[in-house]
Design a protein around this ligand. Structure first.
Ligand SMILES: Nc1ncnc2c1ncn2[C@@H]1O[C@H](COP(=O)(O)OP(=O)(O)O)[C@@H](O)[C@H]1O
Ligand SMILES: [Mg+2]
Length: 472
């Protein structure tokens, strides 16, 4: 018994001063060992915090990192290579900003409203002059970014210019306005939906946030919408996750927001604790059984009750067992036809996340907010004549590669299917900086902007680009 106990990793809960705590020890009921805590005090607290984690010999540090501490914690995580952050910093990438959600969605081809991000004020203004309306403008990043407060619908060029002049949002973040019926918040644990509810706008309004007076209910969330949420959770490799999925008037589903930080009833946080104990105990704790659509039944209770319920457990389904949650008769509609609830439940297994060592979203490449100014300055100097002939000085960090037009043209025309004329068209659409960013971070954007460029040619271009980079 004792020996077994010693094999368990040491868990620590990550807290930050002034930040609401998502977990406490009670969410890990039954964990036999002491659960440590490590609290970040902000302002130059990095080294002290790292030492605290080391001193307490924490193996696994569990908790959400708020947007404003995200970059610091990426640094902290590098200095604690033997500590596993849960959720990982990569999984929490989307917590930092709407821009990050967008870049995550671009990478994994997750449907979102068409989005445009500009760090360059003049480019944003040019965009406003050329695009159509209505558009949505959002503040991408900020400590109090919730509830639609920094989300604006603009109906004309003039309104858009005025708003950006007044708000000075940086970056300028635009989306196509998507008329929507409602949106659905889905919460997942180990990629299994455990709770979902509709949020509808008040009559005549477009904001579906309940904080703006809309309504919510738990019934009949479509299976296909849950499928999308599962795919997003998997793309993020998330132990726990929430997505807001917009249901468009056009019938399409699009992701509006996704994150590991969300408001959840205590019994849901207990489930996450159980899931994590299962993950980290090598089978000593069992996987929680959380039936699909349980929320339709629990959601019939008043929120004041749901706020007090703890440690909810369900029996497993067996056809002959009366005590199981699913009655054999319960069926569901889906695009694939009618299905018994227990059959559908089996299509949504609770899965282990992967333990990864590499960084998927290193800040050198992905912290556009802080990097961009520097990059632009470098690019500016370099892209103005006279261009240095010193080839070796051309490589900065990965995403900061600087090119002159001649080399871009050479790169483009080295691709079979791109001649001089087509190369010129691409170069008229993207300047060198934008092209490098697109190649490095969201190549699908190139296809979006250059209609004749087909996927096959893009793939060839990506190959040439890799070759080209390796020679720099
Ligand atoms: N592209 C869009 N088209 C139409 N409505 C949108 C769009 N983006 C957001 N909304 C509406 O604004 C609300 C708030 O936007 P969201 O991106 O979730 O920001 P917040 O962080 O403020 O919640 C959404 O719930 C939705 O009702
Ligand atoms: Mg929202």
């Amino acid at each position: 018994m004792k020996k077994n106990t010693n094999k368990l990793p040491k868990i620590g809960l990550l807290y930050l001063d002034h930040v609401l705590r998502f977990f406490d020890k009670s969410n890990f009921k039954g964990w036999p060992n002491k659960i440590e805590t490590a609290t970040y005090h902000w302002k130059n607290d990095k080294e002290r915090f790292i030492n605290e984690v080391k001193r307490k010999k924490i193996d696994i540090l569990i908790g959400n990192i708020p947007a404003t501490a995200y970059e610091t914690f990426r640094e902290i995580a590098r200095e604690l290579p033997n500590v596993q952050f849960i959720p990982s910093l990569d999984t929490q990438f989307s917590n930092k900003s709407k821009e990050n959600v967008t870049r995550f969605a671009w990478k994994y081809e997750i449907p979102i409203p068409k989005t445009y991000i500009f760090y360059d004020k003049s480019k944003a203004e040019k965009f406003i002059d050329e695009t159509d309306f209505p558009k949505i403008i959002k503040k991408s990043y900020g400590p109090s970014n919730y509830g639609g407060y920094f989300v604006h619908k603009v109906d004309s060029r003039q309104e858009a210019h005025n708003l950006l002049a007044q708000k000075k949002y940086h970056p300028a973040y635009f989306q196509d306005f998507v008329p929507m019926e409602a949106d659905v918040r889905v919460m997942l644990i180990g990629h299994k939906p455990v709770c979902a509810f509709w949020r509808r706008a008040p009559e005549g309004e477009w904001l579906t946030n309940t904080s703006q007076g809309g309504s919510m209910d738990y019934m009949d969330v479509p299976k296909e919408l849950l499928d999308l949420a599962v795919n997003v959770s998997k793309a993020a490799n998330a132990e726990y996750w929430a997505c807001d999925v917009a249901v468009g008037r056009d019938g399409k589903f699009r992701i509006l927001e996704c994150a590991t930080a969300f408001a959840a009833f205590p019994y849901i946080r207990d489930w996450i604790g159980q899931y994590l104990m299962w993950k980290f105990s090598n089978g000593r704790f069992s996987k929680p059984n959380i039936p699909l659509y349980n929320w339709e039944e629990l959601g019939k209770m008043d929120a004041s009750v749901l706020r007090t319920l703890r440690y909810i457990t369900f029996g497993n389904y067996t056809p002959s067992y009366d005590g199981a949650y699913f009655l054999d008769k319960k069926v569901r509609e889906s695009e694939a036809g009618e299905m018994y609830l227990h059959e559908m439940d089996a299509l949504f297994p609770m899965l282990l996340t992967e333990d990864r060592k590499h960084e998927e979203w290193p800040s050198e490449t992905w912290n556009f907010q802080d990097n961009y100014g520097k990059t632009v300055r470098k690019v500016h100097v370099k892209s103005n004549p006279p261009v240095s002939n010193d080839e070796s000085s051309e490589q900065l960090t990965q995403s900061d590669i600087v090119l002159d037009k001649k080399r871009v043209k050479k790169l483009l025309t080295s691709v079979k299917g791109i001649g001089n004329k087509k190369a010129k068209h691409i170069m008229d659409t993207f300047d060198t900086t934008d092209l490098v960013h697109a190649l490095e971070t969201a190549p699908e954007k190139i296809v979006e902007e250059v209609s004749w460029l087909k996927k096959k040619v893009l793939n060839k271009l990506m190959k040439e680009w890799k070759k080209f980079k390796s020679k720099l």
